[in-house]
Design a protein around this ligand. Structure first.
Ligand code: KG4
Ligand code: ZN
Length: 340
């Protein structure tokens, strides 16, 4: 007898992307992402505008996800949604929609931790990516987080290092802003860095003990460096854009790799999985591929589609929680801050 399939609709709305996905067990049937371009003009996410845009997007995004998956909402077994962490107004749009729909369909509700989802995105059954074995180390790098997590099982995770100040994505975005680049600056810096000389400028790396990170010092170093150079040549940034981006990106990648090396040494675990928006960065991807050869690490890099905020990663967590009958109470509330 073949096992009955489980169909899950997942909703992600923690920041500035409205996303809905439909899964059949651990396989993606659809993963629709509506990005909000409205924030570009402000050089950063404006929370009030984000929640308004989620309200506008959520119905068409869910509708499209169901249509593309060719699934009738009556066939859904559960609805998973992001409980936190994230922007409160944004989270509330996703949670109220998920709750109302689950209530109307009389199916269970599953709450998902956004950062756990970035880690478990590796378990999506997709031929473009390999599934890591437990235990492994997850480097979660996004606009809001920078953590090294020891992952012993699906829901057994321990943060062994994290940023003491800015997140790495924030460092990319803020340094990009100083250079007059658009928002989010991470992908723009990445693109420009490919054509620049990473050895041209040197930015000092922070001295933080153990496995913790700090990026605010680097941000200030870039600020002072640009101010000084602009006094000599007002067009310094425009004239040297690619080399500044390449040098900045190299510094960030070196910081991340140094901490990973230490984490591997301390834990004895050499399976490394990355997650979060910054894992789309070509510099970190190349450095990890290099470490597979030079250090015999096994590195797991998610498919691009599962790196940035997306509902497919919420659906995979939903699937594993469904298998454990780990359902949420309808009175459960969204959390801007939420422990892993
Ligand atoms: O995970 P994510 O989509 O949202 C958060 O939960 O924060 O990550 C967004 C962050 C932004 O800071 C963005 O600049 C950064 O990921 N990012 C990148 C790249 N693509 C996105 N940073 C560096 N290189 C990239 N290619
Ligand atoms: Zn994220």
């Amino acid at each position: 007898m073949t096992k009955k399939s489980i169909y899950i609709l997942a909703i992600e709305s923690s920041c500035d992307d409205t996303s809905a996905a439909v899964f059949e067990n651990n396989k993606k049937l659809s993963n629709i992402i509506a990005t909000q371009s409205i924030h570009e003009a402000y050089g950063g996410v404006v929370p009030e505008l984000a929640s308004r845009a989620h309200q506008k997007n959520i119905v068409p995004v869910v509708d499209q996800a169901l249509k593309q998956a060719k699934i009738n909402r009556k066939d859904l077994n559960a609805i998973a949604y992001t409980k936190g962490p994230g922007l409160m107004g944004s989270l509330l749009v996703g949670s109220s929609f998920a709750k109302s729909m689950a209530l109307a369909l009389d199916i269970p509700l599953i709450e998902v931790h956004h950062m756990q989802a970035h880690i478990l995105a590796h378990f999506i059954d997709d031929e473009a990516q390999e599934i890591p074995k437990f235990p492994f180390l997850a480097l979660t790098i996004s606009g809001g987080h920078t953590q090294i997590v020891k992952v012993s099982d699906f829901f057994e995770m321990e943060i062994i290092g994290e940023t003491l100040d800015d997140a790495v994505g924030e460092a990319f975005d803020k340094c990009g802003k100083m250079m007059g680049l658009g928002y989010p600056a991470g992908p723009i810096i990445d693109k420009l860095a490919k054509q620049g000389n990473p050895e041209r400028f040197t930015f000092s790396k922070p001295k933080v003990k153990g496995l913790d990170f700090s990026f605010s010092g680097l941000k200030t170093a870039v600020l002072y460096f640009l101010q000084k150079q602009r006094k000599i040549n007002p067009n310094f940034v425009e004239d040297n854009q690619k080399d500044i981006c390449a040098s900045f990106q190299k510094t960030v990648v070196d910081i991340l790799m140094d901490k990973l090396k230490l984490a591997v040494k301390e834990t004895g675990i050499s399976r490394i999985a990355i997650g979060g928006g910054v894992s789309a960065n070509s510099g970190i991807r190349e450095a990890l591929k290099q470490a597979e050869n030079d250090r015999q690490w096994s590195c797991y890099i998610p498919k691009f589609e599962y790196c940035l905020d997306n509902a497919a990663m919420i659906a995979i967590v939903g699937y594993y929680k469904y298998l454990q009958n780990n359902f949420a109470n309808f009175s459960s509330t969204s959390k801007a801050r939420l422990k892993l």
